[in-house]
Design a protein around this ligand. Structure first.
Ligand code: ACM
Length: 539
């Protein structure tokens, strides 16, 4: 009898303990709010989003695990951890072998799944317990990491006082770029921009999945890249800029630093040496280059089309060979941009002769030549690429000759055009480009006869005649550059101004946190943080 009472008491006690534990457990359960992954402020818009309406709670008990033997994957995991720290102040371990308390995991896996259609493509599966990012290459994983960054809310769920959670909507994203070349160009010749400025620009471009940065390194007003075999190019030619400022230049070490920083962000640097026109600064340093027997004066104005190399002198080609060789040796990317625009004082037959020779020099140093659309008149290899900026006939001729085309139409994609008549900086020769005009066009159908298969991609150039510091650079580049990321990454059916402008307005917290001095266009409703998830006790 006594024993039975004892057993009964023990049973009741156990039951009580279990119930109390359950009750405590219940208190911890979060009723995640209904979420909608397809309504997130993702730019560029991914190929396909399937929401499952719950949430993954990013918190201090989350860890990142990557394929450890797949090249670049651990570094991509580390990159994500650094950015999570920046966004949330959470210290998330990467590939840790300890921490048994970890509850939620972000996996970044190398995968040969046939669902992933390109080297930059990725799949993202988000459940309550895990985020699984699959990609064929580290580059694809890096693009997917930008998607994860963009769906981490600004504000944590602070109602769980002892454990802040950043709630990420659950669902599946399948993504892949529409164009393989998605770029911006920075003119560091008219005004010089420091290595730090370029790095900051790269940070923001990477967040929007841009993969190419074209540096316009030389022009009439300045030569900005050290060439060891021709030192006066920078000693003399690097000391001027538009408006009479002191100019500047990148040593080869500086340039390598930019290239390495870009590579860490899966961005390819395309170096441009503009020739045979736009070469006054080179000829100030080495007067034999212009062939007219005169030493030109330093030029600090903004006119174009008055300078040329002598196209019939062997020594000029020996010089160019050195320049292309030295720059190519420190440029891992496949391209060398040889300019070719606005050579108004070069005779047409000389221009054709010149560009054909440069194409061969570029190829000899292992690179593929890109040139502004005027180059199509020369006898060049079909591996060359024409960058359409002004003349549709040139772009069509490029396609007829079998060349790929990069689209940078001045009227739509020139970041140096003013937004409106009141713009503080910028030019207007190609027209005003408000934020909607910059976005509302279709690269695949912009030039009749130039279709998707002819287009390598889209690039938005930022010429610097009217800007001389990073704040002014950001004023012209942002927010328009964000739209070019969507025009080049997202499929045509996923691009829509009315939807885009809402997502763009919601980039303000990121841009503000990055201290980007973007132009707050009145066409956009610029929003601050709006995430206010609540914890509800389960009953
Ligand atoms: C250019 O804008 N001169 C290519």
């Amino acid at each position: 009898m006594k024993q039975s009472i004892l057993l009964k008491s023990l049973f009741v006690f156990c039951l009580f303990t279990v119930l109390v534990a359950c009750e405590q457990q219940k208190k911890k359960v979060i009723n995640f709010p209904t979420t909608d992954l397809s309504a997130e402020n993702l730019i560029p818009k991914p190929l396909k989003i399937t929401p499952t309406n719950s949430a993954f709670g990013l918190d201090k008990n989350t860890s990142i695990h990557t394929s450890e033997n797949a090249s670049g994957f651990p570094e991509v995991g580390q990159f994500l951890a650094e950015k999570i720290k920046w966004q949330t102040n959470l210290d998330i371990p990467v590939n840790t072998t300890e921490s048994p308390t970890l509850e939620r995991i972000i996996f970044i896996n190398q995968s040969d799944s046939t669902e992933i259609s390109s080297k930059e493509g990725y799949d993202l599966y988000i459940t309550q317990d895990s985020v699984i990012l699959n990609a064929k290459t580290a580059e694809g994983a890096f693009r997917g990491v930008q998607t994860i960054r963009q769906i981490i809310p600004e504000i944590s769920n602070d109602t769980l006082a002892e454990n802040k959670m950043w709630l990420i909507p659950t669902g599946k994203i399948t993504d892949s770029p529409n164009f393989e070349y998605r770029g911006s160009m920075l003119d560091v010749a008219r005004h010089f921009f420091s290595v730090e400025d370029v790095k900051k620009y790269i940070d923001i471009l990477a967040y929007y999945k841009i993969n190419t940065l074209h540096l316009h390194l030389t022009d009439d007003q300045g030569w900005r890249i050290e060439i060891k075999s021709w030192p006066k190019l920078t000693e003399v030619g690097g000391r001027s800029e538009v408006g009479g400022g002191e100019g500047g230049f990148y040593t080869q070490e500086d340039y390598k630093e930019i290239v390495a920083y870009a590579a860490k962000h899966y961005i390819t640097i395309v170096p441009e040496v503009d020739m045979p026109g736009h070469t006054n600064a080179a000829s100030v340093a080495y007067p034999f280059l212009n062939g007219n027997g005169k030493t030109p004066k330093i030029y600090t104005g903004t006119q174009v089309g008055f300078s040329t190399f002598d196209t019939r002198k062997d020594t000029v080609y020996a010089f160019i060979d050195d320049v292309v060789r030295e720059i190519s040796a420190i440029t891992p990317g496949p391209y060398f941009h040889a300019g070719g625009d606005e050579s108004h004082v070069t005779k047409k037959k000389d221009f054709i002769y010149f560009v054909s020779k440069i194409d061969k020099i570029v190829k000899k140093h292992g690179k593929r030549m890109i040139g502004w659309d005027e180059i199509v008149h020369a006898d060049i290899d079909t591996t060359a690429i024409a960058q359409f900026w002004a003349n549709e006939k040139n772009a069509k001729l490029a396609v007829e000759k079998g060349l790929k085309v990069i689209l940078s139409p001045g009227k739509k994609a020139y970041l140096d055009m003013k937004y409106d008549t009141l713009s503080k900086h910028g030019l207007d020769w190609a027209g005003l480009i408000p934020v909607d005009t910059g976005y509302i066009w279709t690269p695949e159908r912009y030039v009749q006869g130039i279709n998707k298969e002819h287009i390598l991609g889209v690039e938005a150039p930022l010429w610097s005649e009217t800007i001389s510091n990073i704040d002014e650079l950001e004023y012209l580049a942002f927010p328009r550059m964000i739209g070019y990321s969507e025009l080049s990454w997202s499929k045509e059916e996923n691009r829509d101004w009315e939807n885009y402008k809402i997502r763009l307005g919601n980039q303000a917290p990121y841009l503000d946190k990055m201290d980007v001095k973007y132009y707050p266009s009145p066409l956009i409703e610029w929003k601050k943080s709006k995430y206010t998830y609540k914890t509800i006790d389960k009953d």
